[in-house]
Design a protein around this ligand. Structure first.
Ligand code: Q9C
Ligand code: ZN
Length: 340
């Protein structure tokens, strides 16, 4: 399997994040992609290629064009107001407030986000845009007939909605890929195995019956993003039945996880998918510093094998996972399991 590696990922390097009431080094850091590249290369899974310069016009197929334009100019507007620091939202149009885009940068940042986990540096947008190209290059490989491909980029994407960043995510690489594949005539299912619910992806496709979304994640009564991801969210309108949430409680290990993965795969088969986009987060690992599932490194081999059993063309899109030292091995294990 080919890996498409976004070497510009390192242009997004947030100075810190506010977590648990403390300023901490950002968990979503450049080392993540580097160690995955290292271990995927060591595993000799196949060639590592650079993304094609496709441009990011396709992002507007699932995102509000005004949101994409905002991301591009946000840090510039921020620096005029606050100087050379990371642009960070702190006020949101929550219940009781009006949904009107303000003129000031601090107001706009809140309008186009849902949490403070999405700082922007001067060069972040370059990394984000190259991430879209990484996933589009993966789409090209799938459409050219490759059985599988791995789009390796950061920052991740699955929390990003049509017009909001959040949870370290800006543009939704997996959703963009799924949309382009669907437009090429594929029947697409998205399998989201990141520890956190893919609220952005779900919201983007919730009322559509042509793209299936299945997610296994920490239960929203306990876990981020807290306000979406319940099992009773089954889709709406034309999308009724095309959304499958399998929330699991803190402490879940492979026995519960593997059973949920079976259910997700059965849903994908019942939908009649011919192509799968996997939102590949590895934060289900037992040593993940911000997560509370208990998967072990060898469980990722099982995960890859189960996905392989679908027998479908598969585009893996890298998402979360913060136990940096094991992240490369865990990611490679999914891909090794898939190829076995
Ligand atoms: N204690 C991804 O994995 N902070 N995003 C949660 C909960 C945000 C994770 C804090 C976590 C976002 C792509
Ligand atoms: Zn995650």
């Amino acid at each position: 399997m080919k890996t498409i590696f976004n070497a510009d990922h390192k242009l997004h390097d947030a100075a810190f994040e506010l977590i648990g009431g403390k300023m901490m080094p950002a968990f979503e850091c450049p080392r993540r992609a580097e160690i995955v590249l290292e271990k995927v290369t060591e595993a000799k899974l196949g060639p590592v290629i650079a993304p094609t310069a496709t441009g990011i016009a396709a992002a507007a197929k699932v995102h509000d064009a005004k949101f994409v334009a905002f991301l591009e100019k946000a840090w510039g507007l921020w620096s005029e107001e606050h100087g050379d620091s990371d642009a960070l939202p702190m006020t949101w149009p929550a219940r009781s407030l009006r949904q009107i885009e303000p003129d000031s940068i601090d107001g706009k940042l809140g309008f186009y986000s849902f949490d403070a986990g999405c700082g922007l540096t001067k060069t972040s947008f370059q990394a984000i845009a190259a991430g879209v190209e990484t996933s589009l290059t993966g789409v090209d490989l799938i459409l050219a007939g490759e059985t599988s491909a791995f789009a390796l980029s950061r920052p991740p994407g699955h929390h990003a909605t049509a017009d909001q960043m959040g949870g370290y995510c800006y543009l939704n690489n997996a959703a963009i890929a799924a949309q382009v594949l669907a437009e090429a005539g594929r029947r697409v299912a998205i399998l989201d195995v990141d520890y956190h619910h893919g609220n952005g992806t779900q919201a983007i496709f919730y009322e559509r019956g042509d793209i299936y979304f299945a997610s296994i994640h920490g239960h929203p009564t306990q876990e981020y993003p807290y306000f979406l991801g319940y099992a009773d969210e089954t889709g709406a309108g034309a999308g009724e039945g095309a959304n499958l949430n399998l929330p699991l409680y803190w402490g879940s290990a492979w026995d519960a996880y593997g059973a949920a993965l079976d259910k997700a795969c059965e849903g994908i088969v019942a939908f009649g998918a011919d192509t799968v986009v996997v939102s590949l987060g590895l934060d289900t690992f037992e040593e993940d510093p911000i997560s509370k599932f208990k998967l072990k490194s060898e469980d990722y081999l099982r995960m890859g094998e189960r996905i392989r059993k679908l027998g479908l063309q598969t585009l893996f899109v890298f998402e979360g996972g913060y136990a940096v030292e094991a992240l490369g091995i865990n990611t490679a294990n999914v891909l090794i399991g898939f190829e076995s």
